[in-house]
Write a new protein. Structure first.
Length: 207
């Protein structure tokens, strides 16, 4: 473990997911994932401290790397390399998947203030799906619609017309992100409800 001499008391995992973005990597080894992502580890952190560091420092791009929960290493505040190019972002997810031997890697983003909901996953070294909508426009639409999206029985906002009030109630929003996360990986908004062992993560940044 990084920073073995730091006296950080393990704490019970805390739910997150609202107004943030995160990466979920199917792995039991958070240190390996951090190395794979070329992150610089800054300090160990209990949950409150780590979430606060990642949530309040978009300018400094601090990340909270969370040790494996149910087989998933989570990295809070992880941003894909280029929102302007879905091909670049899809390639990025694919390379992470290859780096863990073809395992599943998922990315999610949820910001209600700009109606942002986005998700994507790669498996076997290939990005299968990447979708993103924010502030009235679609910025990702890569790959085929996945079963998890279909099972939501909701409407993509770019397909919505204002002619039907019933359709409005079925529009995708931040809750859709959490439901897709639950089907693809782990739903971070329910972490506090699960009896996970107390643990310590670490605050990191991109090199």
């Amino acid at each position: 473990m990084f920073f073995k001499n730091e006296n950080i008391t393990p704490s019970k995992p805390i739910s997150f997911g609202w107004n943030c973005r995160w990466l979920a990597v199917h792995s039991e080894d958070a240190e390996f994932v951090a190395h794979l992502l070329e992150l610089k580890i800054l300090r160990m952190a209990a949950w409150n401290s780590g979430i606060s560091a990642a949530s309040n420092s978009f300018i400094f791009r601090r990340l909270f790397v969370i040790p494996a929960l149910s087989g998933w290493v989570l990295i809070l505040n992880y941003q894909l390399p280029d929102y302007r190019s879905q091909d670049v972002s899809a390639d990025h997810l694919a390379r992470i998947s290859s780096g863990i031997g073809g395992g599943r890697v998922c990315w999610f983003s949820s910001f209600s203030s700009v109606s942002c909901h986005a998700w994507g996953f790669a498996e076997n070294g290939t990005t299968k799906r990447l979708y993103g909508y924010s502030d009235g426009r679609k910025f990702f639409d890569y790959g085929d619609i996945d079963t998890a999206e279909i099972e939501l029985n909701q409407l993509f906002r770019d397909d919505y017309t204002a002619d039907n009030d019933a359709d409005y109630e079925r529009l995708m929003d931040e809750r859709s992100v959490f439901l897709v996360a639950q089907k693809w990986s782990i739903n971070p908004t329910t972490i506090s409800d699960v009896a996970f062992e107390p643990c310590v993560g670490f605050v990191a940044k991109h090199r």
